[in-house]
Design a protein around this ligand. Structure first.
Ligand SMILES: [Zn+2]
Length: 63
């Protein structure tokens, strides 16, 4: 199974991680500083909330 990883720190997300979603549907940790140029954040919440809110994320990826 492929897990979604944070592009900043490279760690796979777990359900309760606080994350943000940007306009190109990239999930990033809220606590990870901008190590690259992120676009505008359009939503935020726990990883589980974001995956369930947007149908293009596969819920089977929830840890
Ligand atoms: Zn991170």
């Amino acid at each position: 199974m492929a897990y979604i990883q944070c592009p900043d720190c490279g760690k796979a997300y777990v359900s309760q991680d606080e994350v943000a979603l940007d306009v190109i549907n990239t999930i990033i940790h809220k606590e990870c500083p901008d190590k690259r140029n992120h676009l505008n954040i359009i939503d935020e919440g726990t990883f589980e909330e974001i995956v369930k809110r947007y149908p293009f994320f596969d819920e089977s990826r929830l840890a």
